[in-house]
Design a protein around this ligand. Structure first.
Ligand SMILES: Cc1cc2nc3c(=O)[nH]c(=O)nc-3n(C[C@H](O)[C@H](O)[C@H](O)COP(=O)(O)OP(=O)(O)OC[C@H]3O[C@@H](n4cnc5c(N)ncnc54)[C@H](O)[C@@H]3O)c2cc1C
Ligand code: FES
Length: 260
């Protein structure tokens, strides 16, 4: 599991102009919320959450943001990547009515959890928050699960104008929600965390990763928690104690980068 398995890409789907889904054969079981380390030969190895799960095939969905993701974006079916994992803890999905809030590409890693909840016939509400309509993906995919799906755009070009966390506040007032699950910009997740003092809460954190096995300490948050093995999913009580949550993360050299 800790050595990359060189695997051909089965298929690629362009979700938006800079977001792509890649599928590959990978029979090992994976829990929604877990991630793989994806090796792009000659470039880098980067963490990517699972975005689609079938028995034999898995997928990742990612935005072209830098060196490694840009190179990954150029690959087509038949190109080879290295895959190790899955790593991390994954979501605990329980409750009668669940709210999922995905900001930006965050909806990609929430998708398997939403599908899982719907397969269990759990009432599910989904909020997808994007800056503008052109960045929206997975709306139809989420609707097909039978979830109630809302979209927010920062510029009002589609769905409701405003932030996903604003709409989440409205939903939380109107509905009896048992648990909230989120992935997206950390400031958005921090806002949601504050709204969920009395509701079960799970958020997926992103930190710069190297080993993904709990050895190098690169991804530490709070009081020595390693995002790669203790997370990436943290519950509301644990997040309360992680003082850097919503404040800063660290780059490859360990320098603090403040969230703005
Ligand atoms: C557990 C986990 C799961 C992830 N799942 C996904 C996913 O499903 N889809 C997806 O698009 N991205 C995901 N990411 C983020 C992804 O790993 C980074 O965007 C990627 O490593 C950037 O590499 P790069 O070489 O393309 O960019 P770089 O050239 O290294 O950096 C470009 C920009 O991306 C930022 N960045 C670099 N590394 C990270 C990182 N680890 N986390 C956050 N920002 C970073 C940099 O600060 C910089 O602003 C995940 C990260 C973690 C930790
Ligand atoms: S990436 Fe090495 S400890 Fe988490």
């Amino acid at each position: 599991m800790n050595i990359p398995i060189i695997t051909p890409i089965q298929s690629t789907t362009l979700e938006t102009k800079d977001v792509k889904t890649i599928t590959f054969a990978h029979p090992a079981p994976v829990i929604p919320g877990q991630f793989y380390m994806i090796w792009i030969p000659g470039v880098d190895e980067i963490p990517m959450s699972v975005s689609r799960i079938t028995l034999k095939t898995k997928a990742i969905t990612f935005r072209d943001v830098g060196d490694a993701t840009h190179q990954l974006f150029q690959l087509n079916a038949g190109s080879h990547i290295g895959i190790r994992g899955p790593y991390g803890n994954g979501f605990t999905i329980a409750g009668k009515h669940l709210l999922f809030v995905g900001g930006g590409t965050g909806i990609a890693m929430l998708a398997p959890a939403i599908e899982h909840a719907r397969k269990q016939k759990v009432k599910t509400t989904v909020i997808i928050g994007v800056k503008t309509h052109q960045e929206l993906f997975f709306e139809q995919h989420m609707k097909r699960t039978g979830a109630t799906v809302y979209v927010t755009t920062d510029d009002g070009s589609y769905g409701e104008k405003g932030f996903a966390s604003d709409l989440a506040a409205t939903v939380l007032k109107k509905e009896h929600i048992d648990a909230v699950y989120t992935c997206g910009p950390e400031l958005m997740m921090k806002t949601l965390h504050k709204l969920c003092k009395h509701i079960r809460f799970q958020a997926s954190l992103e930190r710069y990763m190297k080993c993904a096995m709990g050895l190098c300490g690169q991804c530490c948050v709070g009081d020595g928690l390693r995002v790669c093995v203790d997370g990436p999913i943290f519950d509301g009580t644990t997040l309360q104690k992680i003082t850097d949550f919503g404040k800063y993360h660290r780059d490859a050299a360990g320098r603090k980068i403040m969230y703005k």
